[in-house]
Design a protein around this ligand. Structure first.
Ligand code: UDP
Ligand code: MG
Length: 342
């Protein structure tokens, strides 16, 4: 690994090493173009680079293409997970295996143009630990996706306990120092962007125009997007929990006032008719509020449940292209294994 010295906040590095990490799920259609674009970028870098491709249980020919590439080209490495663990965990597996001084995380579908990496590296050399790529424009995304993304970022920025940058995907450069912190975070429900926001250090953005998917189609149906948004909210905000408290207090207050009103009318009014309707309304309302709040509690408890199982985050099935069998990731959760080994 290259020696890194710091002078007045500027990173002075002689031939730094780079790692590119790409999660890949059924992307056979874009792979040839991806390799072509990556090769061009790698050739212009000022230090040696490795490309870690994490096959997230693809069911098309991606696995074969990726493994073949890793075997024939020493810069490429292949990690095949034992099933589809989802993008967040696939990225984690790749980040665990990355050895570079600077690690670049990006999607494989070329919506994140690899050419931006040069700009990121320039910022990194200025001394920033995390350089994320902010989308100036987003091509080829449905109006619905843009609207829901906007709503999500708004909600996140008003609720979350850390500042998660807006219009930023997972495309970013991460310095070794920040990566080590990330690696020590072994939570099960992962929202990688939020986790990097939590890590802190000096962070900055470079702007880019998000491109259309080069080929194939999105692996993120609405259902999965909603789930990620929900994960993000629940793991980075306790506002829903506090909301439960306030809503409970508010409803109890109303119930108390209503109770007082009922007693007063009973005492001082002669034409008081015991109201079945109002009773049922109150009962139903309280039932509804209760259910909602129990549901919110359930969300958090489900996460605790998930966490206490302490399962490995992912399972590695096959690898190719790693220099020696000792350091190659194998079996379960590379980082956890390293830690246990001391
Ligand atoms: N991906 C993955 N596992 C999944 C779904 C997606 O590794 O279960 C990868 C996918 O191959 C791509 C990246 O994650 O490299 C982003 O996925 P996609 O482009 O489908 O998402 P979108 O850009 O539409 O949000
Ligand atoms: Mg995409």
């Amino acid at each position: 690994m290259a020696r890194i010295a710091r002078r007045a906040g500027v990173r002075v590095t002689t031939r730094p090493t780079y790692s590119l990490v790409l999660p890949i799920f059924n992307e056979e259609a874009v792979l040839p173009l991806l390799f072509h674009r990556l090769d061009r970028v790698l050739a212009q870098l000022d230090g040696p680079a490795e490309v870690i491709m994490v096959d997230d249980g693809s069911t098309d020919c991606s696995s074969i293409i990726l493994a073949a590439r890793a075997k024939s080209d020493p810069r490429y490495r292949y990690i095949g997970l034992s099933r589809n663990f989802g993008q967040q965990l696939a990225m984690t597996a790749g980040l665990d295996a990355a050895t570079g001084d600077a690690v670049i995380l990006m999607d494989a579908d070329l919506q994140d143009p690899p050419e931006i990496i040069h700009e990121m590296i320039a910022k990194w050399r200025e001394g920033f630990e995390i350089v994320y790529a902010r989308r100036a424009t987003r091509a080829g995304e449905s109006r619905f996706k843009l609207a829901t993304a906007k709503l999500f970022y708004k909600l996140m920025s008003s609720l979350a306990s850390v500042d998660i940058p807006q219009n930023v995907g997972d495309f970013r450069l991460i310095d070794r120092k920040a990566l080590e912190v990330f690696r020590s975070m072994r939570e099960q429900d992962r929202f990688v962007r939020g986790m990097f926001a939590w890590v802190g250090f000096r962070q900055t953005a470079v702007l880019f125009d998000s491109e259309e998917r080069a080929a194939g189609e999105t692996k993120w149906p609405i259902r999965k997007q909603l789930r990620l948004a929900m994960h993000g909210l629940v793991s980075f905000s306790d506002t829903p929990l506090r909301l439960a408290l306030w809503l409970g207090a508010f409803v109890s207050g109303l119930a108390f006032l209503y109770g007082a009103f009922v007693i007063v009318s009973r005492l001082f009014s002669s034409d008081f008719v015991p109201g079945w309707a109002s009773t049922i309304v109150v009962v139903a309302f309280l039932g509804g509020a209760n259910m909602m709040l129990t549901g919110i509690l359930g969300l958090y408890i489900a996460r605790i449940h998930n966490e206490v199982k302490r399962r490995p985050l992912y399972v590695v099935d096959r690898t190719a292209g790693f220099a020696d069998a000792e350091t190659a990731p194998r079996g379960v959760d590379i980082e956890e294994r390293r830690r246990r080994a001391g």
